[in-house]
Design a protein. Structure first.
Length: 318
């Protein structure tokens, strides 16, 4: 699709997002990434092709893409050998790096996962997010942690061999990593340069409204990549409290406190903005959406600008 036609059909010009200086169609695919590249978690752009999503991110001004390379993602894990390096080059040609990806990897003995990590490392991807681990309630909490600890230590060895970093996301709920404290048991004996945590402040505050900072301090040496999003609690008509995801700065996440703590880590690694609020199904990775594309892009751009301004306020170099 020609760029003019693509911009017209996706509505990106109507969103008021200019293309000047976006770095489109660079002659070289060698991209110098900033210290802390701000990336878009591409689940919300799965209604676009790789080429289209690359151009959209470039026009909006994202440094990079946090690609979904997992079942029902942009690339299926089993197709990584044929498709991943090509996708990375497409993004880079548009001026968008691919420093990170989201996977369902959790086991170093799975041949599909091993192949995926090899291809990713060869393609220049430096960080990946693991799949989630579930508690087996037939075992005690400690028995679960002991089992997973051995499993993840093997994965850390594979990461070291390949030159890639794996990060486990803390996620609210009842799986491994919901309370953050359990993650310390899994990572305490591994080298943070090869394996650690993709820290999600939104989920940390959901599970630890007042104590989240204690959990963060416990695992700080292993924090590398970040997930950024916001939320509020609302009561439905039955007076049941439910989570609702919102634009950055409109919710309950204490970003000033968080960024003050994050700055002390002096970590230089990618940051991924997650778009989990209503985007007409795009937030779920749907291939067809009920929201007009220009409205989706406007939300994405607003969050991107908000985060950069907030980090500038805290003198965190991007």
């Amino acid at each position: 699709m020609q760029r003019r036609n693509f911009i017209k059909t996706t509505g990106i010009s109507a969103a008021g997002i200019g293309i000047a200086g976006a770095g489109l169609a660079k002659s070289s695919i060698s991209i110098k990434m900033p210290k802390r590249p701000v990336c878009a978690f591409t689940k919300c752009l799965q209604f676009l092709s790789i080429e289209e999503s690359a151009e959209v991110l470039a026009i909006m001004g994202f440094d990079g893409a946090d690609m979904t390379v997992r079942p029902k993602g942009q690339i299926e894990p089993g197709n990584a050998k044929a498709e991943l390096s090509k996708a990375v080059k497409i993004y880079e040609k548009a001026g968008v790096g691919v420093p990170m990806m989201v996977t369902n990897i959790s086991n170093a003995e799975d041949p599909v996962s091993v192949e995926l990590l090899k291809v990713a490392a060869d393609s220049g991807i430096k960080y990946y997010r693991l799949g989630y681990l579930k508690y087996d309630h037939k075992n005690t909490i400690q028995q679960n942690l002991d089992i997973y600890k051995r499993q993840l230590e093997q994965l850390a060895k594979l990461n070291e061999k390949l030159g890639i970093h794996g990060g486990y996301q803390n996620h609210s709920g009842i799986n491994i990593g919901a309370p953050v404290w359990d993650l310390y048991e899994l990572v305490k004996d591994v080298n943070p340069e090869h394996f650690g945590i993709q820290y999600d402040i939104r989920h940390a505050i959901v599970e630890g409204a007042y104590s989240w900072k204690l959990g963060m301090k416990r695992v700080e040496p292993w924090i590398r990549t970040l997930c950024i999003k916001d939320f509020i609690w609302l009561q439905n008509e039955k007076r049941v409290w439910q989570l609702q995801n919102v634009l950055l700065g409109d919710g309950m996440v204490k970003f000033d406190e968080f960024l003050k703590e994050y700055k002390t880590l002096d970590v230089e690694a990618p940051i991924s903005i997650h778009y989990e609020y209503d985007l007409g199904g795009a937030q779920h990775g749907d291939r067809e959406t009920t929201m007009e594309p220009e409205k989706i892009y406007t939300f994405m751009k607003k969050d991107l600008d908000w985060l950069r301004n907030k980090m500038k306020k805290h003198q965190i170099e991007l």
